[in-house]
Design a protein around this ligand. Structure first.
Ligand SMILES: NC(=O)C1=CN([C@@H]2O[C@H](COP(=O)(O)OP(=O)(O)OC[C@H]3O[C@@H](n4cnc5c(N)ncnc54)[C@H](OP(=O)(O)O)[C@@H]3O)[C@@H](O)[C@H]2O)C=CC1
Ligand SMILES: O=C(O)[C@@H]1CCC=N1
Length: 270
């Protein structure tokens, strides 16, 4: 079995490690690197996965998954440059960073695949979009697809769509959590105990997600089925429209896309 090293086991790095273990991968086939020894020790204790340093990971692993913040990429590239080449596979989870950045800094021919996953990886429900770089073959794409389909759904898309993907599915879970949080607050406002409001909204979110996933109907029709003539829902919808919630979502997702572009800008070639 191939060895996978996650460089930077923060929130998404840990979600990937945990998701892979959950999917049945052996802890011995995984490695990670972390800056803080206490964090590394805690992860090893919880998951039984060994930590190491970036150069050692580059030597031992077949697949190197880069999961540091985009702002922290430079020292990682410096450490990887003398050690990785066409025989390795570099998988970048970093928002905004183009495959061309890795290709320009690592040995000629190093295969790089850019991925935008999301944290529902923790519960095997990730949405990941993957885009091969210049030297990644169909076999490399298959390897990454296989890896990520063990923790959720995968789409292969052109790299030119990755900033939009980052805004939609990379950041998307945060917007759903934000809505749930606000709806629980509404329950409190209406006098419900917090635990009751939480249960009502979380189960409604789970049910709505399941219907979206399992029904062939468009979301508009699913919403219309809840909206009875002269009923309660249409009164709520009118307020959402008055407050421009649809426009706010369009602006929010566009702003997230713009930030992804900005994160990659210092690294644009030419
Ligand atoms: N969180 C999410 O939902 C998603 C995140 N991503 C991408 O994943 C990447 C990580 O994001 P996220 O997990 O949220 O961020 P975190 O800050 O939680 O994780 C990054 C981790 O990498 C560590 N780190 C930084 N530099 C090094 C290094 N040289 N060697 C080893 N470890 C290092 C950081 O340590 P320290 O604490 O010291 O900074 C931190 O623990 C980003 O590029 C982001 O764009 C992609 C999809 C979804
Ligand atoms: O907020 C971020 O920058 C990362 C990328 C997508 C989700 N989290």
């Amino acid at each position: 079995m191939s060895t996978i090293a996650v460089l930077g086991a923060g929130k998404i790095g840990e979600a990937l490690l945990s998701g892979l273990l959950h999917a049945g991968r052996a802890p011995e086939s995984l490695l990670f690197t972390e800056r803080h020894p206490e964090r590394a020790a805690d992860l090893t204790e919880r998951y039984g996965i060994a930590s190491t340093e970036v150069p050692e990971a580059a030597k031992r692993a077949d697949v190197l998954v880069v999961a540091v913040k985009p702002q922290d990429i430079e020292p990682v590239l410096d450490q990887l440059a003398p050690l990785v080449g066409p025989g390795s596979l570099v998988v970048s989870l970093c928002a905004g960073l183009p495959t061309a950045l890795y290709e320009s800094r690592l040995a000629e021919g190093t295969p790089v695949v850019r991925v935008m996953p999301n944290t529902p990886m923790l519960v095997n429900e990730a949405m990941s979009a993957i885009s091969p770089g210049r030297h990644a073959t169909a076999e490399h794409v298959r390897t990454v697809e296989e890896l990520l389909s063990s923790v959720g759904k995968v789409l292969v898309l052109p790299e030119s769509q990755q900033d939009a993907v980052t805004a939609l599915s990379g950041s998307g879970p945060a917007y759903f959590f934000y809505l749930v949080e606000a709806m629980i607050d509404a329950g409190i406002l209406l006098g419900l105990p917090r635990a009751v409001a939480e249960q009502l909204i979380v189960q409604s979110a789970v049910g709505a997600a399941k219907m979206l996933n399992e029904s062939a109907e468009h979301p508009v029709l699913l919403r219309e089925a809840v909206t009875s003539p002269a009923g309660t829902t249409i009164n709520g919808i009118r307020e959402l429209e008055k407050h421009g919630v649809r426009a706010a979502l369009l602006d929010a997702i566009e702003a997230a896309r713009d930030r992804s572009v900005e994160l990659g800008r210092p690294h644009q070639q030419g």
